[in-house]
Design a protein around this ligand. Structure first.
Ligand SMILES: CC(C)(COP(=O)(O)OP(=O)(O)OC[C@H]1O[C@@H](n2cnc3c(N)ncnc32)[C@H](O)[C@@H]1OP(=O)(O)O)[C@@H](O)C(=O)NCCC(=O)NCCS
Length: 163
């Protein structure tokens, strides 16, 4: 089995839509109020990542196992944000590895490739968020050297129909 990582290409759009859609569904299942689920999950994500792929500040990479796309990672350079109290950084937004390919190092390859690309883009650190319930991902990121730095909290407003 050979695992490789390369920049995403327009021809990867269907695979990216499938994997991004799975990531969106996973998060919606964690907390259906906080994490949106659009009607067009796969085609929506396909559109979004195909657009991001062309952006200068964005990085979209895919992992291939024996020539078949089995994972992706997506991030984008974020400028200084006074609300978030953080300087320019690499924003690590998505990572997905198909279940059949997990536990073989594909996630690590993707994450390290994203960090290398961010290093080339001149950012001093890479920041990410994981869902509070996603303990597997938190262990994965900790294993790769990320430390916990923020806790997001959510409350619906009165009248939103969600209380
Ligand atoms: C998180 C995810 C990307 C990990 O991918 P993977 O290919 O299985 O990870 P790797 O095989 O590269 O593992 C790298 C290290 O993390 C550890 N790790 C990975 N998943 C883990 C888990 N669920 N619990 C504990 N440790 C884990 C591995 O044991 C390995 O450690 P090692 O170096 O000591 O062997 C994958 O499980 C996934 O796609 N999950 C669903 C999507 C998701 O939750 N994404 C994160 C939110 S954006």
């Amino acid at each position: 089995m050979t695992l490789t990582v390369r920049p995403a290409r327009p021809a990867d759009a269907d695979a990216l839509g499938r994997m991004g859609g799975a990531l969106m569904r996973q998060h919606h299942d964690f907390d259906s109020q906080r994490f949106m689920l659009t009607e067009d999950v796969e085609s929506g994500y396909r559109w979004w990542l195909a657009k991001e792929m062309k952006a200068r500040e964005a990085v979209v990479l895919v992992a291939e196992r024996d020539g078949e796309v089995v994972g992706y990672v997506y991030g984008r350079v974020e400028e200084r944000d006074w609300n978030a109290l953080r300087d320019r950084c690499g924003g690590f937004h998505d990572i997905w590895v198909d279940e059949s390919a997990r536990g073989s190092g594909a996630g690590r390859l993707l994450a390290e490739a994203l960090v290398r690309r961010f290093t080339e883009l001149g950012v001093p650190r890479v920041i990410l968020m994981t869902a509070a319930k996603n303990e597997g991902a938190q262990k994965f990121f900790a294993r790769l050297g990320w430390r916990p730095t923020m806790v997001e909290m959510t409350r619906e407003t009165p009248g939103s129909g969600s209380l």
